[in-house]
Design a protein around this ligand. Structure first.
Ligand code: ZN
Length: 105
């Protein structure tokens, strides 16, 4: 006889239909400086992104040898896009991780 699946606790990776969810913001957190995106001609590749089911989408982007985070806040009047500063891979991957953990926003 099959037993019902055990409830999975709230996880940053919530299952096959979802991407990563951002953890609730910690009281002590780093404030990311969100900038209006500059018009640049360089190509941007999205390496990772958070789940589409949330109103706010974060994308880890790669461009010109540097990484930055793009934040898209979707509302009834359209989307507002901001970008973080651009950092070398190691530093930005660290910030991305902290964003997911609720330690930076
Ligand atoms: Zn989701």
């Amino acid at each position: 006889m099959d037993s019902p699946p055990t409830a999975v606790p709230e996880s940053p990776i919530p299952g096959p239909y979802h991407s990563v969810h951002v953890a609730p913001l910690q009281k002590q957190h780093e404030k990311i400086r969100w900038l209006v995106p500059a018009q640049r001609s360089d190509r941007v590749r999205v390496r990772r992104h958070t789940c589409e089911c949330k109103a706010t989408l974060y994308e880890l982007c790669h461009s010109g040898g540097l990484l930055f985070i793009r934040r898209t806040v979707r509302g009834p009047d359209g989307s507002r896009v901001h970008e973080s500063e651009r950092l070398v891979t190691v530093r930005m991957e660290n910030l991305w991780l902290r964003l997911l953990l609720g330690e930076a926003r």
